[in-house]
Design a binder for this molecule. Structure first.
Ligand code: ADP
Length: 254
């Protein structure tokens, strides 16, 4: 692991040359996997993420089936070669937690009542990790779900914000994530409804609201890239702009 840098911000720029409110470059490839019902490969800075969606398909074992809706299952996994030191294969406390909160980020979004007794399986494989993998995974999962034709209220877009050198910054890189004062991953549906918010570290109330505002700006930018990727693949004016879709009572949240 690198040592803690003395400063994270020098002359208004971060260690990788970005402005405080700037995202790392994002590259999206739709449908790279033939066997999955939907898939997406996403690069975000030095993160490399593959998302695969299978379903809706019959859920086994059958006692886990829900008679009134589909069960969304989400597995976040880091490849053993995704970081400098080899990661032991299999679930860890961290990957179980990330899988849980990521699944919950999609719960208010997927119209699960259309598909009783089935499972919708989302697999996230982190091939290369460099901070922000849970948010990168959510962005890729969102597109893979859309690619699989799963009806959703809207795309989920995610990014992390945090605090370094006393300043609020967008999209933490590795050093900022490891040694910064706060790290706050956020996911939201277009329009600003938050479906995931976690925080590591400390922020004052004012800093929290500043960070939230910056996260909204970041998620809006990510949403535009996601929307563009879908437009390129499928065309049309509003590929999955389900903001207008009013199907109250068809999500899991009530
Ligand atoms: P996120 O990837 O969502 O930011 P964390 O804040 O837990 O999640 O992790 C930050 C970064 O630390 C990861 O993206 C990865 O680069 C690194 N990291 C996480 N777990 C490990 C691990 N077991 N070994 C080495 N590096 C890790």
């Amino acid at each position: 692991m690198n040592d803690k840098p003395e400063h994270f911000i020098i002359d208004g720029k971060r260690l990788d040359g970005r402005n405080l409110d700037e995202l790392r470059p994002i590259k999206i490839e739709m449908s790279p996997l033939d066997r999955a019902d939907g898939s997406c490969y996403l690069e975000w800075g030095n993160n490399k993420i593959m998302a695969a969606v299978y379903g809706p398909r019959e859920l086994h074992p059958r006692h886990r089936q829900n008679m009134t809706r589909s069960v969304v299952q989400y597995r976040y996994n880091m490849a053993s070669f995704s970081v400098d030191e080899r990661i032991r294969p299999g679930p860890s406390r961290r990957s179980v937690e990330i899988s849980k909160v990521s699944r919950e980020a999609f719960e208010p979004v997927v119209f699960t009542k259309f598909f009783p007794r089935t499972a919708i399986d989302v697999f996230i494989e982190v091939l290369q990790a460099d901070a922000g993998t849970r948010t990168a995974g959510i962005n890729a999962a969102s597109l893979a779900l859309a690619d699989a034709g799963i009806p959703m209220r809207g795309l989920v877009s995610a990014c992390a914000v945090g605090k370094v050198d006393g300043r609020i910054v967008l999209d933490l890189m590795k050093e900022e994530d490891n040694y910064g004062e706060a790290d706050m991953p956020v996911a939201m549906i277009a329009g600003g409804r938050i479906t995931l918010l976690q925080m590591d570290g400390r922020l004052t109330t004012e800093e929290f609201y500043e960070a939230l505002k910056l996260a909204k700006t970041g998620c809006d930018k990510v949403y535009e890239l996601q929307r563009q990727a879908l437009l390129e693949k499928y065309g049309g004016e509003h590929p999955v702009d389900a903001e207008d879709v009013s199907l109250e009572g068809d999500t899991d949240e009530q």
